[in-house]
Write a protein that binds this ligand. Sequence first.
Ligand SMILES: Nc1ncnc2c1ncn2[C@@H]1O[C@H](COP(=O)(O)OP(=O)(O)OP(=O)(O)O)[C@@H](O)[C@H]1O
Length: 296
Amino acid sequence: MELSIRNLSKTYANGVVALDNISLTIPSGMFGLLGPNGAGKSTLMRILATLQECDAGSVFFGELDVLDEKDEVRRQLGYLPQDFGVYPKVSAYELLDHFAVLKGLSHRNRRREIVDGLLQQTNLFDVRHQKLGTFSGGMRQRFGIAQALLGDPKLIIVDEPTAGLDPQERVRFHNLLSDIGDDRTVILSTHIVSDVADLCANMAIINKGELLVTGATQELIDDISCKIWARFVDKKDLPYFQQRHTIISTRLLSGRTLIHAYSDSDPGDGFEEAIGDLEDVYFATIAGRHVTDACD
Ligand SMILES: Nc1ncnc2c1ncn2[C@@H]1O[C@H](COP(=O)(O)OP(=O)(O)OP(=O)(O)O)[C@@H](O)[C@H]1O
């Protein structure tokens, strides 16, 4: 089912404009919401999860008025917040069972079936009697997904779920997310470009409360692919290149400084054509470059 956000705005009491007239259509499947810290992602996620009020705008999930019919939304929604805390002294099974009761699963045997199933799906069944305080970051996040899946929601929101996970745990977590994204609408909010590149068929980039671009991830990459030029430089020469070219990223590769320039045609100066990727889309968009003109 499609989530339709129209003209959504939110300004905090201190005057910070967290969301500035955002309109966005989120189709089913995995959708990546990408933006730097402070972009407004969590504010948007909390509004969608009915935990915060907006100032103006509308949100519909299919026919459901998300801003108005909060109780119904809560029944249909799974949410993994950025700061998902667990009770360290209870076991995974006990806490998930408790959440299941809160979700309205009152029938004992049925609840047991569902809780066991979710623990299996998130690969936590073997450790279900272990106290949550002993869990690693990755295990805790997988537990967070298990609780978000209670009640078989059609809309799932996960807010920066991979921050702090080691590479192996991230891969495991990605696989889990991609499994649950098959027949649902899953919004993944993150500042990690590769989370979106790995998982999301559709995406948006927001910064400072504004929607900068949205579309199919592969199309956005295709649109920029012919406009990225790369070269290694000595660090001391960086200001020279920054003055003469539109440098969208500077990164270290095996200890050497690699710069990417954005240009419709060969910028000269020793740059070579590079194959643009989602990081280039992200950096060029944040730098205020227009990236939606297709390549020839
Ligand atoms: N309760 C609040 N009161 C005032 N300002 C706030 C409040 N919550 C967030 N902000 C500000 O609103 C802006 C957007 O914050 P938000 O947390 O939505 O961004 P974010 O993209 O989720 O970033 P992060 O990844 O750091 O959480 C930031 O400038 C932030 O400082």
